[in-house]
Design a protein. Structure first.
Length: 186
């Protein structure tokens, strides 16, 4: 994190807000995000192939690669840490071209995903792995909206407030993972 900019972002993400982001910016994200992991991504891609509607609109939306643990009393979710994002890379470009504007996860992305982010004006935000209980504090409400049979991996609609994230890949070619590797080499 560059420590200089903390940006408050609201979902759904608009093109101007995404264009203003730079890799390394700290973000406090609020609004609606949807959880989806491997199995849900596979089903969404199959639905798109079949010309079916998805369980939520993609235009301007953000997917959080997470599956929350059971909610303790009085909370909407339990711990909700990010899943390794590269597991979704084979599905991601198709979802971005269908309107997805943001993704939240952890770890590097493929060159194909990075190119699609730049071309379509989408952003990849990193959540801190190992901070799942902290991230859960940002969740105001949660409900399953699709694929309930997948249990923890069902698609959930989360309302979040000030979820702490870092811009990992921006539309200008910035990549926090590559930047930090270069900085370390120096």
């Amino acid at each position: 994190m560059n420590g200089e900019r903390v940006i408050r972002l609201e979902t759904p993400l608009n093109p101007k807000a995404v264009a203003d982001l730079r890799a390394g910016d700290a973000v406090l994200l609020s609004g609606i995000v949807y959880t989806a992991r491997d199995a849900a991504h596979k089903r969404m891609i199959e639905a798109l192939r079949e010309g079916e509607e998805l369980p939520f609109p993609l235009e301007g939306e953000t997917i959080y690669y997470a599956g929350p643990s059971p909610a303790p009393p009085g909370r909407p979710v339990g711990s909700i840490g990010p899943t390794t994002s590269c597991r979704m890379d084979r599905f991601t470009s198709r979802l971005i071209t269908a309107g997805l504007r943001g993704m939240i996860g952890k770890g590097e992305r493929s060159p194909e995903v990075a190119t699609t982010l730049r071309r379509c004006g989408a952003v990849y935000l990193a959540a801190i792995g190992g901070a799942a209980a902290l991230l859960a504090r940002s969740v105001i409400s949660a409900r399953v909206v699709a694929y309930e049979d997948l249990g923890t991996e069902a698609v959930r609609r989360l309302e979040i407030k000030d979820m702490p994230l870092i811009v990992a890949l921006d539309i200008h070619g910035g990549d926090i993972y590559q930047q930090e590797k270069e900085r370390y080499r120096r």
